[in-house]
Design a protein around this ligand. Structure first.
Ligand code: ZN
Length: 69
């Protein structure tokens, strides 16, 4: 595997995020993909952004204080 480097932007691993784990990914400059050391996730920036957007929808109400049940 190529030497991991930090990308221009630091993305968190979407797969780890789903499990409530905060894990930064490394960027593989050869493949142009981000990858995670903790799980086996790897993918291009577009895939990371797509999954992050998906993750946000899961917690869409997190900023809303729920006062009525
Ligand atoms: Zn991961």
């Amino acid at each position: 595997m190529a030497q991991g480097r930090k990308g221009k932007l630091n993305y968190r691993c979407p797969r780890c995020l789903m499990r409530e784990i905060d894990m930064d990914m490394l960027f593989d400059t050869d493949k142009g993909e981000y990858y995670c050391l903790r799980c086996s996730f790897f993918g291009p920036e577009a895939e990371v952004l797509r999954l992050n957007a998906q993750f946000r929808t899961k917690y869409l109400d997190r900023t809303t204080r729920i006062t009525e049940f």
